[in-house]
Design a protein around this ligand. Structure first.
Ligand SMILES: Nc1ncnc2c1ncn2[C@@H]1O[C@H](COP(=O)(O)OP(=O)(O)OP(=O)(O)O)[C@@H](O)[C@H]1O
Ligand SMILES: [Mg+2]
Length: 466
């Protein structure tokens, strides 16, 4: 295991030396004699623990502590104090120091303290790294959408994310409402505070209010103790109210008050609680209808609808399909630990033609299923759910989509081939009646005949026989 990195800051050479002796076998230790040198040292290297003297000429321990804290939570700081400065050490803990030790040191106590501080620093680093990772997952790079409607969505998102504005997300199931809610939070100044997501449809009506706003002890039969609600847990962060259309009228009234005044009362309580929470709501219901039938309050609707973002269904932004397929092939194979794979031509055609009623979620599941089931590096129609491919791509469309493959060498050749196939299809359908075939193709018999001659289609005409 890697040794914790410790920095000692003390102006007395004797203290520096004795700490070095105590800690040199169990830590990677560096020593400096002033606050200024300490700032240089922590800027140059990531330390886990800083042992910091309080009284030093120049910058003292408290000032240094504040300057280090301004750059974030790590490293953990243990104050070194003489008995007469214990009060200052206690003040230092309020400023964020991990703990303090009084000189002369009890060696065992010191060692235990340094180990605990190092563990805590490692945890802090892990949490910071995880937050960054989650934040990255919801960065704009990972939201796929080059189509005009998605570009306009992302444009609005990047403009509202830094503000405190309430946002209402609408769109069919699986279109990415939650992804957008997360992107707004993680690209806002609230990113390091909590994002609390609640699905209003998943919580029974009678519990939703206390889940959101908490309750006082004795508020109802099972309320044995005070419980904080999600609004309080989300303080300084964002609350995501999913399926807001399912919220009951009583809770709607309370939500309206939070949006208007930033305060609420816990269930069974009378004291107003003040919170600083940004609200993002989402629904796949038509709230206009809910307002008409009286199940959704218009005043709440207008409060939520400050900025409305509509996620278009996937079938209305088909140009995003190839990008999404590539994105999920990459991310899902990383996630499930399979090799990089691609879809073959027929499978891609099938994916591009399907109407995707379940939107991006359905596509994501289809790609993941294919990756998980197939042993080959090329995924085929056999790896797709059968229902997806009921409409098979026709040969001419394939030829057009891939003019450089097979016998088709150029666009004009592909067009000729397509014409040839359409004319043959029409002739067969019309039972070789060229007048009817021309009607099917939306042209005249004369033009059809001209094309047939040009393409070398010899066909005996049945028109006269009808
Ligand atoms: N533009 C996008 N780029 C990448 N992934 C996306 C995109 N949109 C949606 N997804 C993925 O699709 C899945 C469904 O998205 P999400 O959960 O946000 O949909 P939703 O609109 O909230 O659906 P529901 O109404 O059913 O809750 C998620 O796994 C998400 O990661
Ligand atoms: Mg959702």
């Amino acid at each position: 295991m890697e040794l914790p990195r410790v920095l000692v800051v003390d102006d007395e050479p004797g203290v520096r030396e004795s700490l070095r002796l105590i800690l040199k076998d169990r830590t990677e230790i560096a020593v400096v004699s002033s606050g200024e040198d300490a700032l240089d040292a922590v800027a140059a290297r990531a330390f886990d623990v800083v042992l910091l003297d309080i009284l030093m000429p120049g910058m003292d321990g408290l000032e240094l502590l504040e300057r280090m804290r301004a750059n974030g939570p790590a490293p953990q700081v243990i104050m070194l104090t003489a008995t007469k400065t214990v009060k200052t050490a206690v003040r230092a803990m309020k400023l964020g120091a991990f703990d303090y030790v009084t000189k002369p040191f009890d060696i065992d106590e010191l060692i235990v303290l340094v180990e605990r501080a190092a563990q805590s620093a490692a945890l802090l680093r892990e949490v910071t790294a995880l937050r960054q990772e989650v934040g990255h997952r919801y960065s704009f790079d990972n939201i796929i959408g080059r189509s005009a409607p998605m570009q306009s969505v992302l444009n609005t998102v990047s403009r509202v994310a830094p503000l405190r504005t309430t946002v209402l997300l609408t769109g069919e199931s699986g279109t990415g409402k939650e992804v957008i809610a997360k992107a707004i939070h993680y690209n806002s100044p609230r990113a390091s505070a909590p994002l609390v997501a609640i699905n209003c449809a998943a919580i029974p009506d009678n519990l939703l209010e206390s889940e959101l706003f908490g309750h006082e002890r004795g508020a109802f039969t099972d309320a044995h103790a005070r419980k904080l609600g999600h609004f309080e847990s989300a303080h300084r962060g964002t609350i995501f109210l999913d399926e807001i259309g399912e919220m009951n009228p009583g809770t709607q009234a309370k939500l309206l008050r939070v949006l208007e005044q930033g305060t609420f009362t816990r269930v069974g309580g009378s004291q107003p609680v003040t919170v600083d929470v940004r609200v993002i709501a989402a629904t796949n219901r038509d709230l206009d209808k809910s307002m008409q039938d009286g199940s959704f309050r218009p005043d709440l609707y207008f409060r939520l609808n400050v900025v409305a973002i509509h996620l278009p269904p996937l079938r209305e932004r088909r140009e995003d399909l190839p990008l999404l397929i590539r994105h999920f092939l990459k991310t899902k194979s990383d996630q499930i630990g399979s090799h990089a794979k691609t879809f073959d031509r027929d499978a891609v055609d099938c994916l591009l033609r399907y109407h995707w009623p379940g939107n991006v979620r359905e596509l994501e599941n289809v790609v993941e299923r294919a990756l998980a089931l197939s042993l080959d590096s090329e995924l085929t129609l056999n790896d797709l759910p059968p229902a997806l491919c009921l409409i098979q791509p026709s040969a001419p469309v394939r030829a057009l989509a891939h003019p450089n493959e097979g016998s088709v060498a150029s666009l004009s050749a592909a067009v000729e081939q397509l014409e040839h196939m359409l004319i043959m299809d029409a002739l067969v359908q019309a039972d070789h009646n060229q007048t009817r075939a021309a009607e099917l193709l939306g042209t005249t018999r004369r033009i059809l005949k001209y094309k047939m001659d040009k393409l070398g289609i010899a066909d005996s005409d049945n028109s006269e026989m009808v």
